[in-house]
Design a protein around this ligand. Structure first.
Ligand SMILES: [Zn+2]
Ligand SMILES: [Zn+2]
Length: 432
């Protein structure tokens, strides 16, 4: 049961929550129900310190993909303390929660990812990771906390009778590991009654207080490609008596990306780039095996589906010229995140309302992968970029041990998401 107490004005507060104006509030409570219910902005301001404390706790205890047991438990505890009933994902980490009348339809879902990276944190912050082998270097601790803040805010609105539909908040595991926990969430049917979905990602290039949105692809499809070449090795003085594995690798490495760029629509932004090539040990010996590893990124969902069918034959043809045997291992990663027009417009309107017009920017398209793409394949949705850079502060990058987002971004994220939720609820009400 809930450990919170409900004041006479129907407002619910957690006992451990930081409060600077306790005396004033207690006086108001004694006077009774004359005080108007707090607005959404006030609720978020009241929750902010609790959210920062929560974020620092999970930041200190980061957990890698599919291992987020403590994180899952902490989220569930915080939700239960607010009187909510989280539902655990089956046979894995992660959870989701519905906020609002259980008989009401769902107006929208909101997704935050909860996993950390196998990176050593070097920020030196007092709440830095206690585990040298893991760090929240992609800001997923911020995403998790924003989603918790959204659930708690909407719960208070519901308790005030101001949430006329349900919203679903999803805490998704394993974003950082192909093909990503989002696919598992979809497979478990969590999106089945969901008409639209929203997410956010930290952006260390944007100043805190600003957000970035974009219609269309905001991230790229990202696949892993591995090619193993084998042939008869031999002396470099007699290559005609061998199958030249090194020559074949060089040919494949240059020919395949070039041909892909001609066979697949250039507007899809296909980009096959090698990060690892290896064969041989001696200057005068042609080896009998070699490998190439790389990533294939594509900004268009349809082209992504086609690309695998083009890749195989092109690799075979490139290898055939040298007479070597070739084995292609093409691992599908994630589809691009395609932001729909309507849902992006909802974020834009919400951001203008709660942050002001100047705080809204056009987000850059990223060639990075993000498993939220599995969700935007299922239902219309939009992901926005949340500025985490301190004004005039250092410009960090994600996936680095020194990434230190400005924590004020949490309240900004909750404000935008709560405003989006209120819009989605109002729109659903207007249609019913
Ligand atoms: Zn990441
Ligand atoms: Zn991330």
């Amino acid at each position: 049961m809930s450990s919170e107490r409900v004041s006479t004005d129907g407002r619910q507060r957690s006992p451990e929550q930081g409060d600077s104006d306790t005396t004033a509030r207690v006086d108001a409570e004694v006077e009774g129900a004359t005080e108007p219910a707090p607005g959404t902005g006030e609720i978020i301001a009241e929750l902010e310190q609790q959210l920062i404390d929560f974020r620092r706790d999970i930041h200190r205890h980061p957990e890698l993909s599919w291992q987020e047991r403590r994180t899952t438990e902490r989220i569930a505890e915080a939700l239960r303390a607010a009187g909510l009933q989280p539902q655990m994902l089956k046979e894995t980490t992660g959870l989701f929660v519905d906020v609002g009348d259980e008989h009401a339809p769902i107006a929208a879902a909101f997704r935050g990812d909860i996993d950390a990276l196998p990176i050593t944190e070097t920020t030196g912050l007092p709440y830095a990771s206690e585990n040298d082998d893991a760090a929240h270097a992609c800001g997923h601790d911020i995403h998790t906390t924003v989603m918790l803040g959204l659930a708690l805010t909407c719960q208070r609105l519901h308790q005030q009778g101001r949430l006329a539909a349900r919203i679903r908040v999803i805490f998704q595991p394993a974003e950082e590991k192909f093909p990503g926990g989002a696919r598992e969430v979809v497979a478990q049917g969590v999106l089945n009654p969901v008409p639209r979905i929203f997410a956010l990602h930290c952006d260390p290039k944007l100043t805190v207080g600003a957000i970035g949105t974009r219609i269309g692809a905001i991230t790229s499809a990202s696949d892993l490609v591995r090619i193993d070449v084998t042939g008869r090795g031999g002396h470099t003085s007699r290559p005609h008596l061998t199958e030249d594995v090194v020559g074949a690798l060089g040919h494949i490495a240059t020919m395949v990306p070039a041909v892909l760029a001609r066979r697949i629509d250039a507007r899809s932004g296909v980009s096959l780039v090698w990060g690892h090539i290896h064969a041989g040990n001696a200057a005068n010996a042609i080896p009998s095996e070699g490998t190439l590893h790389g990533t294939m990124r594509i900004l268009d969902a349809e082209a992504w589906k086609e690309a695998g069918g083009v890749l195989g034959p092109v690799v075979q043809q490139a290898a055939a010229a040298y007479g070597v045997d070739v084995q292609l291992d093409h691992v599908r990663g994630v589809p691009p995140v395609i932001n729909s027009e309507t849902e992006t417009a909802m974020i834009d309107a919400a951001a203008k309302q709660v942050l002001g017009t100047n705080c809204l920017t056009l987000a850059e398209q990223s060639m990075g992968g993000e498993d939220f793409g599995w969700m935007t394949q299922e239902v219309p949705g939009s992901m926005f970029r949340l500025g985490t850079r301190t004004p005039d502060g250092e410009s960090y990058d994600l996936h680095r041990g020194d990434y230190a987002p400005d924590e004020r971004a949490i309240a900004v994220g909750v404000k935008v998401m709560a405003a989006v939720a209120e819009t989605a609820v109002a729109e659903l009400g207007a249609r019913r």
